[in-house]
Ligand binder design. Sequence first.
Ligand code: PLP
Length: 387
Amino acid sequence: MIDNLDDPGSLNTSDWHWQLRNRITTLEQLEKVVEHLTVEEKRAVIYSLKHPEGLKMAITPYFASLMDKNNPECPIRKQMIPSMEEFRTSPVELYDPCGEEKDTVVANLVHRYPDRVLLLVTDKCAAYCRHCTRRRIVGSSESVIKEENFQSAVEYIKRNNKIRDVLISGGDPLLFSDDRMEYFIKTLHAIDNVEMIRIGTRVPVTLPQRITNDFCNMLKKYQPIYISIHINHPNEITEEMKAACGMLADNGIVLGSQTVLLKGINDRPQTMMKLMHELLKIRVRPYYIYQCDLAPGTGHFRTSVSAGIKIIQSMRGYTTGYALPTYVIDAPGGGGKVPIGPDYVISKSRKGVIFKNYESRVFVYPENGSMISVPKLDKIASERNGS
Ligand SMILES: *Cc1c(COP(=O)(O)O)cnc(C)c1O
């Protein structure tokens, strides 16, 4: 843990408020943590400070302490330190990559699917990821939902009683005080049709000190609560992060992960497999791998879709089924998350399905009770297997 940052108050690095007060937002502060920044990194930091319309730089001292001082390719450096590449946009990129604005039904509430909604309660995060998909709003004002807008969202959810699941996200909802969080959760939990509450957050990774006993004791009153943790690399799993997840899991909070596929950071199958194994060890069930959205200035992070398919292919069959997240593309312009994966089905006919397993061996599943055709299907399968 670094100890050379100016701090007017306490120097208690395990206090989450200290972490937030001492976020790294300037080149001078960053240089205290990483002495040998590259020329490109310095240039990009200076440039981004001069262009406040872009995504703000802010890194908690804790998360910055995980950066490899000697390696500019460090996955945490690449996710946190601005790059000049961010200022290069492409015509395929979209201001609102997943079309959230057109599904916004009342301020701060996105209603895309029949039975669940996304409630954006703040635009502030503990640390800003350079690949942020919601960069059009995130970090811009570091403001929180207006009380009247929260009330309108609650009224909307009450009126639309098919909504049974509310996902609270932002920004990062865990930056609210326990009391304010409790107010949101308690109000939503009290709605008859709301069966479950989910929270999307990166705080267990960037600010694990935030997960306190008091916070967990508050949360567990409103079960079932699911938390989806944004995590991208095995280096993000530290003793502090493990302790935070352990406390949440011990209190019965169901933990899932969300990972963005990022070029040069986690696009090797071994890296992804390691991340998923480490998550299972700390009781976080891998949930999604996202194809990197078409947010402006994130081209340098995007991989091909085949890279994602290859990752799934390299895991299915070779490791614990629980280690497998669903690889999805959040459809550009709106349409929701669509699972993308290796195709195991070779052909479908009235008689049955021909498919392959993880080793590419071909099998037949006969349908419609047409026993007579099975030998024929079997013949096709064995020909494909090269026997
Ligand atoms: C991701 C998302 C959800 C939740 O989707 P699940 O697949 O149920 O996790 C809900 N609403 C919006 C707008 C989303 O982007």
